[in-house]
Design a protein around this ligand. Structure first.
Ligand code: ADP
Ligand code: ZN
Length: 740
């Protein structure tokens, strides 16, 4: 469908204006276009712009550059009946583009995700009471007319349902002129949330934090607050008070969550507090739902949006509050396309919109923690779980002492099995956590030592025993489980090494044949074309106590509230702790803390068992002692000494392409061309962690700079020195958080 055009009055003879129009494409900058005669199109005006022999959406971005003669310019036409993109969003797009070293059009593309939102709104037919009185009157007809008395427009089916009659009765009334047609917008309106629908009684800590946040909203200025409290302390309840205050003041609210799976439960929770569900924004929406939400946000009709990281680019005209929940989550970092960290960019958008920002977490990112410590962010603490629930007891199981046990247990130590038996005997529930999908992370040949790896990636193939397949978790490559070694052709020599959740479940079933359990991992739930609904079903089964034990990956670590869950067993607490990544320890701490937080959320106390071979490791020790802040202080000290973020700056260039030799050559050329600058060090190139990914060779360069260095200027200057051929990509990752 073509966008509607602004009707032109032929008589207006104002001089033709020109404008710089930004297209949602990775082009260097805005393009000059003519505007129709007499049209006033300020920055943000959405236009239909010819490009080559097609037409694209574009946005008036600023004045024309003016170097091209008038007669060669094409005309960009403003779309009829569409609000302009808010000035705050336009400024935000420029800022993000500049910071992440991307063309502004590439960022604009993220803000125009719903093309359909700019098409003319279609209407649907509905009926209201007419003037004619039907000659024949029946009880059924009377009921329909009584229903239509309220003046609301309804569809034929809607009228029939509300009056409890057949649609034939309604059609009869239409034919008789007693009901007349009217046009309704394509979408029904979002109902406004009611700030006073069901306000809770806050405890003292909560009330104090809520008061601070209400003041921040009232101030109508930028501010940032860290809402820091253990899981179950009521962070959500507290930021709901800030939302209520923002609604009372007539402004919009954006709540960002790291995962769609969390959104589903959140909607219900929100509705219980505010009477209606908020609008949603994430990749699981249909085109139609996107169009509805986008428009409603743009027109200010959607007052509260809950969404994933891309919701940050929605066209809120009156944004009054941004909340980033679970702010430490890595999922806020977008890794493909334009690389950005939604939590960091949320700070920027809040600053531009002059509104408060709330970062909520039980285990804040070190960056946020340091900002709160230095006073840049307010630090609001909720010390204890709400009500009677206590934090669980965390105990270490030293696996080195468990060896040589007479039974054949491989993954479930004797102390863990004992605790499990007690929990089940008491009629309570348990969770076993291992952050590894599938049956075994590695399959190798006993005869020749050959490891089965992906042909497209530098990663092992993971066995999925239920499906009898080996799969690459990077690119999705799969083969049937071979019976012979592909290398030495020996039969029956392939052995599974190490556990994934399926293998833990197998051992669990062996020791506890009567227990009801389910496996929850992102591949058994999300990606087998079952969608999040199977996840929901398993979660519900756990909540309804149809199962006793949930065995899963990090998908079970978050958000869920099972009152009868009293035992959490962490199968391998050392996993992911030592891969040399700057944030590996912080991440392990956050993840394990979060898993631990599932235990004992109601009256019954919880117990967490951490199986480890490094019981004295700082991460494990901090988890066992519950002394988070000392661990953070120690991490901050390491980073400070290394000049690592947030005490210094990092940026990476990932060079990738199908021709390995060419990729290495460009990477070397980049390293050689790196300008010498004070307080800047360039490392590499080195093969990336996934040196081969989906068939592409990947090399990394890392820039480390002191805090005062203008990293963007440095990177731009550097990149301008090397010509990158079309077959090779050089992607910039400012503030990289992992080195994959
Ligand atoms: P967090 O977000 O910190 O994990 P929640 O806000 O989810 O904590 O609170 C945990 C549980 O305690 C929820 O079921 C919540 O409804 C309940 N809760 C928290 N504070 C209160 C309160 N003041 N009154 C009633 N229930 C509360
Ligand atoms: Zn692969």
């Amino acid at each position: 469908m073509r966008p509607a055009r602004l009707k032109q009055e032929a008589v207006i003879l104002a001089p033709q204006e020109r404008a710089g129009v930004l297209l949602p494409l990775p082009l260097a900058g805005a393009y000059d276009y003519k505007l129709p005669r007499g049209v006033n199109a300020p920055r943000g005006t959405v236009v239909a712009a010819p490009l080559g022999n097609r037409e694209t959406l574009g946005v008036v971005w600023g004045a024309a550059e003016g170097t091209v003669g008038d007669n060669r310019l094409k005309v960009a036409e403003p779309l009829e009946g569409m609000p302009a993109l808010p000035a705050g969003l336009c400024d935000f797009i420029d800022w993000v583009a500049d910071y992440t070293i991307n063309p502004p059009g590439a960022i604009l593309a993220m803000a125009l995700r719903s093309r359909g939102a700019f098409e003319p709104e279609s209407l649907r037919t509905a009926y209201v009471k007419g003037d004619a009185v039907p000659a024949k009157m029946s009880e059924a007809r009377k009921r329909v007319l009584a229903v239509s008395e309220d003046g609301l427009a309804r569809s034929v089916a809607g009228l029939a349902e509300d009056a409890n009659v057949s649609t034939a009765v309604v059609r009869g009334l239409i034919a008789a002129g007693a009901l007349v047609t009217t046009q309704l917008p394509e979408f029904s309106a979002f109902k406004p949330p009611d700030p006073d629908f069901a306000a809770p009684n806050l405890n003292d800590d909560q009330a104090q934090a809520a008061a601070h946040l209400r003041d921040a909203v009232a101030a109508g200025n930028f501010s940032a607050s860290l809402l820091d409290g253990v899981t179950g302390s009521g962070k959500t309840e507290v930021y709901f008070e800030a939302i209520a205050e923002t609604l009372r003041r007539g402004r919009q609210v954006l709540i960002m969550l790291p995962e769609i799976a969390l959104t589903v439960q959140f909607l219900e929770r929100f509705a219980a507090r505010f009477g209606v569900r908020p609008a949603e924004w994430h990749s699981d929406l249909t085109q139609k739902e996107r169009r509805r939400t986008y428009r409603a946000v743009m027109k200010g009709e959607a007052r509260v949006v809950v969404g994933a990281r891309s919701s940050l680019f929605l066209p809120f005209p009156e944004l009054g509050l941004i909340i980033v929940d679970e702010e430490h989550e890595q999922a806020f970092k977008q890794q493909d396309g334009a690389i950005y960290h939604a939590r960091d960019m949320a700070v920027v958008r809040a600053r531009i919109e002059k509104c408060p920002l709330i970062l909520a977490s039980a285990t804040p990112s070190l960056e946020t923690f340091i900002n709160a410590g230095s006073g840049r962010y307010a630090h609001l603490k909720l010390a204890a779980r709400h009500g009677v629930a206590e934090m669980p007891k965390v105990e270490i199981v030293d696996l080195r002492r468990q060896q040589g046990a007479e039974d054949n247990a491989k993954w479930l130590s004797a102390p863990l099995r004992k605790a499990m038996a007690q929990t089940l005997a008491a009629g309570e529930q348990a969770m076993l956590f291992l952050n590894r999908r599938g049956y075994a992370p590695l399959t190798l040949c006993e005869a020749c030592g050959h490891k089965l790896t992906c042909p497209n990636c530098s990663s092992w193939l993971v066995e999925h025993r239920y499906r009898k397949r080996l799969a690459c978790h990077q690119c999705g490559y799969e083969i049937a489980l071979p019976t012979a070694c592909p290398e030495c052709k020996a039969e029956g020599t392939l052995i599974a090494c190490g556990p994934g959740v399926e293998r833990v479940a197998e051992e669990f079933a062996h020791f506890f044949p009567g227990a009801r359990y389910a496996i929850a991992s992102s591949d058994t739930m999300a990606s087998l074309h079952t969608g999040p609904s199977e996840m929901q079903a398993t979660i519900r089964a756990m909540a309804k106590r149809e199962i006793d034990v949930l065995i899963g990956t990090q998908i079970i670590a978050k958000g869920h509230h099972f009152p009868q869950l009293t035992l959490v067993g962490v199968i391998d607490a050392d996993l992911g702790g030592s891969d040399g990544d700057l944030r590996a320890r912080e991440r392990t701490f956050q993840l394990l803390h979060q898993v631990s937080g599932r235990a004992g959320r109601a009256e019954k106390p919880g117990l967490v068992l951490l199986q480890t071979r490094n019981p004295t490791d700082a991460v494990i020790a901090a988890l066992a002692s519950g002394d988070r802040d000392s661990f953070y202080a120690q991490e901050a000290e390491f980073r400070s000494r290394a000049g690592a973020p947030p005490y210094g700056r990092l940026a990476a260039i990932i060079v990738s392409g199908y021709d390995g030799e060419q990729v290495r050559q460009i990477a070397r050329a980049l390293a050689k061309a790196a300008p010498a600058a004070k307080d800047v060090k360039v490392w590499g190139p080195t093969p990336a962690f996934y040196a081969l990914l989906r068939g592409q060779t990947r090399e990394r360069l890392l820039v480390q700079a002191a805090k005062g260095v203008d990293m963007q200027a440095y990177m731009r200057a550097w990149l301008s020195l090397v010509k990158i051929p079309n077959q090779v990509r050089a992607t910039v990752d400012v503030d990289p958080i992992s080195f994959y």
